[in-house]
Design a protein. Sequence first.
Length: 161
Amino acid sequence: MFNPSKKNLFLAIFLISFIALMSAYFIEYVLGYQPCNLCLYERIPYFLAILILLANFKYKKLEKYFILFLIIIFFTATLLSLYHLGIEQGLIEESLLCNLEKDKNITDKDEILKQLQQKNISCKDVAFKIFGLSLTSFNIIISLILTISLTKVYLKYEKNR
């Protein structure tokens, strides 16, 4: 069974986070697919993971707490991605998170024209798929695997120290 060492797991998380962010920016800026608000929020855990892993190099004594923080981050990422998948599949209605830029009380004609010219991306519309799966689906898989792997390392931390 897969039993990752801390060093290998940290390197894997760093690489996965870096590749995930670079892929998201490539898809957005090079391929021209605009992300919805939830897609943008789903990038935050990868940024945080990179920052935590960099901090771990400096503050080795806090490693156990960094692992715990990473577990919380990727568990939260899993929940956020599951919520997004529910919206994509029509199981959950779009919420305020998906419609932050839409102001329903616009009365000025210039504001109405400006709002009509903006392209608002719905959280339920899947614009980009790989192997028939949305990026949200991949995010669920990655976040869940990282959460489980980090939890294993955390539970065996004292023994593997």
